[in-house]
Design a protein around this ligand. Structure first.
Ligand SMILES: [Zn+2]
Length: 79
């Protein structure tokens, strides 16, 4: 009988540790699960809600701020 109790305790401990690790993982990456885009100017990841969208050469490009959008446009013009 004791063996079964240890088995259950071991299973509970396993679930607790697994849940703890999963929580830590999602805390380390707040953008996980949402759509994220990389700003090509500064390399920062932005979510769709926070992004500044630029339509350049028929492409949709996402930036962290209007400053980065302007820098990108200047780069294109200097090509
Ligand atoms: Zn940026």
């Amino acid at each position: 009988m004791k063996f079964i109790i240890w088995l259950i305790l071991g299973y509970i401990a396993y679930r607790v540790i697994k849940g703890f690790l999963a929580n830590r993982e999602s805390a380390a990456n707040p953008l996980k699960g949402t759509e994220a885009f990389q700003d090509p100017v500064c390399g920062v990841y932005v979510s769709l809600e926070d992004a500044t969208v630029g339509r350049l050469e028929g492409e949709r490009i996402y930036f962290c701020s209007h400053d980065c959008l302007q820098k990108y446009q200047e780069k294109l013009q200097n090509k």
